[in-house]
Design a protein around this ligand. Sequence first.
Ligand SMILES: C[S@@+](CC[C@H](N)C(=O)[O-])C[C@H]1O[C@@H](n2cnc3c(N)ncnc32)[C@H](O)[C@@H]1O
Length: 270
Amino acid sequence: MAKNSVSNRSAEREWNSEAYHRLSSPQVSWGKKVLSRLKLKGNERVLDAGCGTGLLTAELLEALPRGRVVAIDLSQNMLSTARAHLAQEFGSRLHLLACDLLRLPFRRVFHAVVSTAAFHWVLDHDQLFRNLHDVLLPGGCLEAQCGGGPNIARLRDRANALATTSAFANYFAGFREPWLFEDAEDAAQRLRNAGFVDVETSLEAAPTVLDDAAHYNEFVRNIVLRRHLENIPEPAERDQFMAILTQQAARDDPPFLLDYWRLNLRGRAA
Ligand SMILES: C[S@@+](CC[C@H](N)C(=O)[O-])C[C@H]1O[C@@H](n2cnc3c(N)ncnc32)[C@H](O)[C@@H]1O
């Protein structure tokens, strides 16, 4: 029992990092815009909170020729992929660390915290924002974006409906969605409660059309619904779950659209 729950917990935090690295161009293009909002001199210490495979960490390091980045992530797979393509190029200016955003081992260290496409995977935003506030130097800034508001509402509705059908209901007993999609007002209030000042939050639509059925299937399976699919033990049944969702998306206009919404978050540590 104890062994199972430990291995389930480690499966929950893992990603197919090879697939993410290859498929995450939507996240990378949103993330580049977030990085462009950071005002850097080039010598700062910056925390990349939930760095994934490090495609955006590399962009951040390019903007910090005399600075350093600590890039943290919960997934060992993500960190291994990041290490493989970043460690040699950036050497001691980059420190990759396996770490939970809800347990950050830093205090008043960073000039800035940046995060993209990660915070909605963390369900306790009060604790998350307190931690991020406390790792910043006074006056340090948070510049972040994650899923928010009605993010992927259509796919969520379809996946939840499919999970209640007789073919799949047994696998989803007690399942809870693994995301928190906050709206802009709630997020702003939580940031202020955590001690941030000059808080700005906003929601923006980021509809994303994938190329075809194969692309949609692979993207949704590996990125969006990876935690849903962990509940289905048989590969053939996982394929069936994805095939139904892909057929539904094929009938949309335009086909294979993901109705992404991004929540922008900015604040300064008091
Ligand atoms: C969709 S990826 C985003 C990666 C990268 N920032 C990007 O924009 O491409 C989300 C990342 O957040 C990480 N993550 C989720 N919850 C986390 C937590 N509690 N602590 C640290 N990292 C976490 C995941 O492991 C994953 O690598």
